[in-house]
Every structure is written in structure tokens, then in C-alpha cells.
Design a protein around this ligand. Structure first.
Ligand SMILES: NC(=O)C1=CN([C@@H]2O[C@H](COP(=O)(O)OP(=O)(O)OC[C@H]3O[C@@H](n4cnc5c(N)ncnc54)[C@H](O)[C@@H]3O)[C@@H](O)[C@H]2O)C=CC1
Ligand SMILES: O=C(CO)COP(=O)(O)O
Length: 345
């Protein structure tokens, strides 16, 4: 990349992560005069960001920087953007891209913040972007890591990973979102980085169920560790690297999501354990819990590849009502004994 710094950044999606990432980019670029614009579906949300520098629905009283502007007009937000950041629910991305395709500047770099797998196609978000925009892979990147939006919005120190097949592009994005409280690393393993972020949501549902059933830290650590093993098996089968899964976008994100009451996936698991039906959980959640829909797509992909993912399989069974939350633990413990290694038969 020859462009020294991104001067115009468009963020599509003004939910909790889209708005928070826009704040990070605006803080990162404040001294360079970077213009950061967010597209919000609702005009009143855009108005609130522009006039009150708040997005109260998602971020409460967090103050947003003055160089962050919002609009419900996607054409205005995307005009001239060098970096286009996507932060909408995973299952809505394809339809959204079809709507915006002609508005995305042809030389832009696209960055996905999303952590879901598309139901029906089992496609990762970077694949949906490549297909729908007909974009080269060296200009598609993903950002993932232990990144609970509210903590970052409060400027609590956090690290993350930007992955792109072109390391220079990843570095260019990283410099556009380096803030005093946000430190992005880079790598070229897009598959491993995305799979870590997708599957940890499914494992967080399982850990949330354990917590909702008053199980202790041994149980949760066991599920997290074996969850990382099955995540790594899937990532490697898809071409990702084991070391990526032991980094920020694998283990790091798994720890954050499975430990935090801020996590929507963890919360959904707890609510299921407390006896709410899936419909009731979905109705209660104000925000996106990607694991609920992605779990089936993860299992489908694993089945096609012959990858064993017992925790995912049992979470899917709970979500479909095939087993009760009380059966989850016994079913995992009753499996045949085996060697511990990630790739052990
Ligand atoms: N919130 C967090 O802490 C983090 C979220 N992520 C990922 O970022 C992605 C976006 O998540 P959030 O911003 O948290 O979600 P959210 O639920 O807070 O916001 C989603 C945003 O997308 C918009 N949207 C656009 N089209 C939509 C449609 N057709 N249906 C529903 N909403 C639509 C909503 O209006 C809303 O502004 C997800 O894939 C999530 O896993 C990743 C890291 C951290
Ligand atoms: O991805 C996240 C933290 O890295 C956010 O997790 P939830 O979507 O479960 O809130």
C-alpha cells in the first residue's frame, strides 16, 4: 500500500461494535484530520451521534469524538472512503452488500469486524465480501480479538489482530486504528483469524449454559480448553494455522467472551440454562449473538470436512431442542476416552 494514512473511513453498521470501532478510528486519526463516517439504519441514531456525540441505545453515556459523523445515507458515508468497515449482523451481510455494491469506491480496502458464518452457504464473511463485491483478496481484511465493545468504548487497554493475505494492507489498516487504548497486531492468516472469532461464540454459549447451571471454574476451563481444541481442528482443516488459534483471535477472544457478562453469546447461554426458550432468549437480546445462528453452519462445515466438534454438536442439539441444557454436560463427559492433543484421533 502506498497511501500513507487513511483519510476517509466508512463504517457500515452503528451497533455496539461498529460505533465503538468508529470511535477507535476517529481517535486514531484525530491528529491527522481523518474523516470517519458511520452509516446507521435509523436516522434518529445518526442524528444523535451528530448532535449529542452519543449512541445511547448501544453505548449508554460514552462520549464519541467530534470527527466521527453519522448518516443514514449510505452513498454519503461511502463516498471517497479508502477503508470500508463492515459491522452488521453476519446473516444480513450478503443482502446488505447487494444494496451497497455500486456505492463502494472501487479502490477501497474492505475490513470485516463480523464474527459469524453464513447459514446455508457456510461462508466466512471475507468470502461473502469477495463474492458479492467481486473484490481481490489482498484488499479484504478481518479484525478480530478479545474485543468486547463496551470495554473498548470505555478506553480500557485492548489488543486485536488485523488479518489480510497482504501483510502491507494489514499494516496500513493497523496504523489507521491504533489508539492509545487499542493495539492491533497483524497476520496473514485470514481463515484462522475468522474461525477463532466465529467458533468462540458457540463455545461461549456452552460456557454460559454451565454458568447458568451454577457450575464452577473447573467446568468452564475444561469447556474452553477443549473448545479451543475443536476450533483449532476446524481452522486447520480449512487452511488456517494452529498458532493463530493460540493468539489473540483464538485463545484471547475465547477467554474474554467466555468470562464476561458483557458477552451476548455468554448471556444467551446463561438465559437458556435458566429455562428460557430460544425464542424467548432471542426476544430478550437487544443485540446480535452470532453463535445462535452460526452454530449450525459451523457444524455443517465440520461435518463436510470430517472434523470432530463435540461441544459445537451438543450446543446445536440444545439450540434445536433435541436435548435439554441438563443433558449437555453428561453427553460431553460420556464420550469415549482419548488422547488430549488437538489433532489426536
Ligand atoms: N459487540 C461486540 O463486542 C463485538 C461484536 N463483534 C461482531 O460485530 C458484528 C456486529 O455486532 P454488533 O455491532 O455488536 O451488533 P449490534 O447488534 O450491536 O448492531 C448491529 C448493527 O447492524 C445494523 N443492521 C444493519 N442491517 C441489519 C439487519 N438487516 N438486521 C439487523 N441489524 C442490522 C443494526 O441496526 C445495528 O446498528 C457481529 O458479527 C459481532 O459478532 C465483534 C467484536 C466485538
Ligand atoms: O466478539 C466479542 C468479543 O471479542 C463480543 O462477544 P459477544 O458477541 O458474545 O458479545
Amino acid at each position: 500500500m502506498n497511501i500513507p494514512h487513511a483519510t476517509a473511513i466508512a463504517v457500515l453498521g452503528a451497533g455496539s461494535w461498529g460505533t465503538t470501532f468508529a470511535k477507535v478510528a476517529a481517535d486514531a486519526g484525530a491528529s491527522r484530520g481523518t474523516d470517519v463516517r458511520v452509516w446507521a439504519r435509523r436516522a434518529d441514531a445518526a442524528e444523535e451521534i451528530n448532535t449529542k456525540h452519543r449512541n445511547t441505545r448501544y453505548l449508554g453515556d460514552i462520549a464519541l469524538p467530534a470527527n466521527l459523523r453519522a448518516s443514514d445515507d449510505a452513498a454519503a458515508v461511502l463516498a471517497g472512503a479508502q477503508l470500508v468497515v463492515l459491522a452488521v449482523p453476519a446473516q444480513t451481510l450478503r443482502a446488505q452488500l447487494r444494496e451497497f455494491k455500486d456505492l463502494v469506491p472501487k479502490d477501497a480496502v474492505i475490513l470485516s469486524l463480523m464474527k459469524g458464518l453464513e447459514v446455508g452457504t457456510d461462508a466466512r464473511m471475507s468470502q461473502v465480501i469477495a463474492e458479492e463485491l467481486d473484490w481481490p483478496e489482498e484488499r479484504i481484511a478481518v479484525l478480530s480479538g478479545p474485543n468486547l465493545a463496551m470495554e473498548i468504548a470505555r478506553e480500557e487497554p485492548t489488543a486485536s489482530v488485523v488479518a489480510c493475505s497482504d501483510l502491507a494492507t494489514a499494516g496500513w489498516i493497523a496504523s489507521a486504528c491504533t489508539a492509545p487504548y487499542f493495539r492491533p497486531y497483524t497476520n496473514t492468516d485470514v481463515v484462522g483469524t475468522e474461525i477463532g472469532g466465529i467458533v468462540k461464540n458457540v463455545i461461549a454459549l456452552a460456557v454460559g449454559i454451565c454458568e447458568g447451571k451454577q457450575m464452577g471454574d473447573n467446568t468452564k476451563a475444561s469447556v474452553m480448553t477443549r473448545g479451543l481444541a475443536e476450533t483449532t481442528r476446524l481452522a486447520v482443516a480449512l487452511g488456517g494455522k494452529t498458532e493463530t488459534l493460540f493468539g489473540l483471535s483464538g485463545m484471547g477472544d475465547l477467554i474474554a467472551t467466555c468470562s464476561s457478562s458483557l458477552s451476548r453469546n455468554h448471556t444467551a447461554g446463561r438465559l437458556l440454562a435458566q429455562g428460557l426458550s430460544l425464542d424467548e432468549v432471542t426476544a430478550t437480546m437487544q443485540q446480535t449473538a452470532e453463535g445462535i445462528k452460526s452454530a449450525q453452519a459451523v457444524l455443517d462445515r465440520a461435518t463436510q470436512l470430517g472434523v470432530s466438534m463435540p461441544i459445537t454438536e451438543n450446543v446445536v442439539a440444545v439450540l434445536h431442542g433435541a436435548i435439554s441444557v441438563d443433558e449437555l454436560g453428561p453427553r460431553l463427559l460420556a464420550r469415549e476416552l482419548k488422547a488430549e492433543g488437538v489433532h489426536a484421533p
